[in-house]
Design a protein around this ligand. Structure first.
Ligand code: C5P
Length: 330
């Protein structure tokens, strides 16, 4: 085999409940990951040394050196299988990006997961998804989910995954991509400051439909010692009814993201005014996510948000979709 290509989805978080900062600097969390139909494609082929080439959306912002998460994943898999397969060789990783960089959509983690799947195939390691998951977790908190895809509850740093049992409903989403980036550690840092500061109000339930339209998303004080899955969201997902899911979307990082990127408030409000069933910042942002009742409503919503000039661009996606998968070999 001389090359392997893998397609891997972006994720959004339907719930992101963030607990206190741990001694290791991470935050314990409970999250509901949801993989959506916005994909990067990565190709690996043997090379004299490990290297990466990035093309497409935001390629110039992706590190092309050892800081690249895909290269870190290659190194992690190589050291995990060192004693097998006669010692895996070096690879050239080509990443065709469509998932925006530093957007709260786990694009870098997706590329790392794809690199694991691709090298597992190229090197003939034969590791199962269950065996790849702990290796993925050493590379980043969201990498394991990009292997799994679908809808899953993440605990710990987000790497301990349980697939969510749900009917085969497809949800229709509009992503409002922002004109800027947010750094995940900075957003977690802002949340810590908001929670520690006098009068800080941690966020961020999305506004409930039926609440006053045109009012900025409601923010509630919260600094929980323990975080738990939202039983209301889980039962809404089991019902497969987007109208029930929309009001349950929540993200504790939302207020922190909005504090670092204030225009997001206008974007969220606009999407709700245009009839989204729910709205929230995706992960650490700055992408905003809107749930629509159908593919047609998603198209109308995308046109309206785009026309309002409250973001850089919009993208319509659906989910859940499967995780990283081989799409070609040669
Ligand atoms: O694991 P990953 O490298 O993706 O995390 C990036 C950063 O996000 C961490 O260095 C940390 O600052 C923050 N983070 C966190 N708690 C988590 C996940 C990430 O504080 N559960």
């Amino acid at each position: 085999m001389t090359w392997v290509s893998v397609r891997v989805p972006a994720k959004i978080n339907l719930q992101l409940a963030v607990g206190p900062r741990r001694p290791d600097g991470y935050h314990d969390l409970v999250t509901v990951f949801h993989a959506v139909s916005l994909h990067d494609e990565i190709t690996v082929e043997p090379s004299g040394r490990d290297r990466v080439t990035v093309t497409g959306e935001g390629a110039d912002q992706v590190p092309a050196d050892r800081d690249n998460l895909a290269l870190r994943a290659v190194a992690a898999l190589r050291s995990a299988v060192r004693d097998r397969a006669g010692g895996p060789g070096r690879v050239h990783v080509t990443i065709a990006k469509r998932i925006p960089v530093a957007a709260g959509l786990a694009g870098g983690s997706a590329d790392a997961a794809a690199a694991l799947v691709a090298c597992n195939e190229l090197w003939g390691c034969g590791l199962t998804q269950q065996q790849l998951i702990p290796i993925a977790a050493t590379v980043g908190s969201d990498v394991a989910f990009a292997l799994l895809g679908g809808t899953a509850v993440g605990r710990g740093r987000g790497e301990q995954l349980t697939p969510a049992l749900a009917p085969a409903t497809q949800y229709h989403w509009v992503l409002a991509l922002a004109d800027g980036h947010l750094s995940t550690p900075e957003v977690y840092g802002a949340l810590d400051r908001l929670r520690g500061g006098k009068g800080a109000r941690g966020d961020g339930q999305s506004p409930r439909p039926g609440g006053p339209r045109g009012v900025a998303p409601r923010e509630t004080a919260q600094s929980p010692r323990e975080v738990a899955p939202d039983t209301g969201l889980m039962s809404a997902l089991r019902s497969g009814d987007a109208k029930l899911v929309g009001p349950r979307l929540s993200n504790d990082l939302q207020q922190a993201a909005v504090s670092l990127f204030p225009p997001l408030r206008r974007t969220l409000t606009a999407g709700l005014e245009f009839g989204a069933l729910g709205a929230l910042v995706s992960g650490s942002g700055p992408t905003c996510v809107f749930l629509a009742a159908s593919a047609e409503r998603a198209l109308e919503l995308a046109v309206a948000i785009s026309g309002a000039g409250v973001c850089r661009s919009v993208s319509r996606v659906s989910g859940p979709v499967p995780g990283a998968a081989v799409v070609g070999t040669g």
